[in-house]
Write a protein that binds this ligand. Structure first.
Ligand code: ATP
Length: 232
C-alpha cells in the first residue's frame, strides 16, 4: 500500500549538502497503524513530508496506491494528494473564520463536491469523532483536543488511502493524548484507513500496530513489528 524504496535526502546550506535521510526502505500494508518514532532531529518530519508528497527526495521511490509519487508532475502530485492523502498537523491548522463543519468540508470544496453531499459527509465524520453537537461553532470555541478531533475528521473526508499525522498529540495533555489515540485507533478499525503517525514518545508509539524507528536519518534495524509480536 505504502512503500518507500531507497529514499535519501539532503538539505543544502552555505557549507553544502547536509544528509538527513540515508537509504530508507519501508513497507506498510493497507489498514495498518504505524508509528514513526525517533528523537528530535532524527529525520521523522522530513520522511513524513516526503511520503505525503510535500517534498521530493533526492533519490528513491515512494509508492502509494500503485503510484510512484516521486515521478508525478507538480499538478498531478497536487491532485494525487487531494484524493489519496490525508494530513493531521500537531497544531491542528483549522481556519478560524470557518465553522467546525465548514473546516471538515473544505477538502471536498476543492474537489468540487456539491454542498449537500459535503455537509452530509462532514456531519457523519463529526458524529464519529463525537463533535456533531458543536458543528456550527468556530475553532476558537473548542479545546485543543476537540480541535484535533476536527482536524482528524477533515483528514478523513476525502476517504484517503493513507493519513499522515505529525505529532498529533504533541500539544495535548496526557489524558487528551489518550483520547485522541483511542479515536485514531477506532477510526483505523472502522474505516481500514492506513495511518502513519510521527512521534518522539515511545509510550505513544507502543500503542500502534508497528513501530518504525529512525536514528540519525537511518532506520534502526531489528525492530519487531506489531504483527511479529503477536505471532511470537
Ligand atoms: N529546511 C531545512 N533546511 C535545512 N535543514 C533542515 C531543514 N529541515 C530539517 N532540517 C534538518 O534535518 C534534520 C532532520 O529534521 P526533521 O525535522 O526531519 O527531524 P525530526 O525528527 O522531525 O525532529 P523534531 O522531532 O525535532 O521535529 C535536522 O537536523 C534538521 O535540522
Amino acid at each position: 500500500m505504502l512503500r518507500v524504496e531507497h529514499v535519501s535526502h539532503s538539505f543544502r546550506n552555505a557549507q553544502g549538502a547536509v544528509p538527513v535521510l540515508q537509504d530508507i526502505n519501508i513497507s506498510v500494508s493497507k489498514g495498518r497503524m504505524v508509528a514513526l518514532l525517533g528523537s528530535s532531529g532524527s529525520g521523522k518530519s522530513t520522511l513524513l513530508n516526503l511520503m505525503a508528497g510535500l517534498m521530493k527526495p533526492d533519490a528513491g521511490e515512494i509508492w502509494i496506491a500503485d503510484q510512484d509519487i516521486v515521478q508525478l508532475s507538480e499538478n498531478k502530485l497536487a491532485e494525487f494528494r487531494r484524493t489519496h492523502i490525508g494530513f493531521i498537523f500537531q497544531a491542528y491548522e483549522l481556519l478560524g473564520n470557518l465553522t467546525i463543519r465548514e473546516n471538515v468540508e473544505l477538502p471536498l470544496v476543492f474537489m468540487g463536491v456539491r454542498p449537500s453531499l459535503r455537509k452530509t459527509k462532514a456531519m457523519q465524520l463529526l458524529e464519529q469523532v463525537g463533535l456533531a453537537p458543536k458543528a456550527e461553532l468556530f475553532p476558537s470555541q473548542l479545546s485543543g483536543g476537540q480541535q484535533q478531533r476536527v482536524s482528524i475528521a477533515r483528514s478523513l473526508i476525502t476517504e484517503p488511502s493513507v493519513i499522515f499525522a505529525d505529532e498529533p498529540t504533541g500539544n495535548l495533555d496526557t489524558q487528551t493524548e489518550e483520547e485522541i489515540i483511542s479515536i485514531l485507533q477506532e477510526l483505523n478499525q472502522e474505516l481500514s484507513t492506513t495511518f502513519v503517525i510521527v512521534t518522539h514518545e515511545a509510550e505513544v508509539a507502543e500503542q500502534m500496530q508497528d513501530i518504525i524507528t529512525l536514528h540519525n536519518g537511518s532506520l534502526v534495524q531489528g525492530e519487531l513489528s506489531g504483527s511479529d509480536r503477536i505471532e511470537q
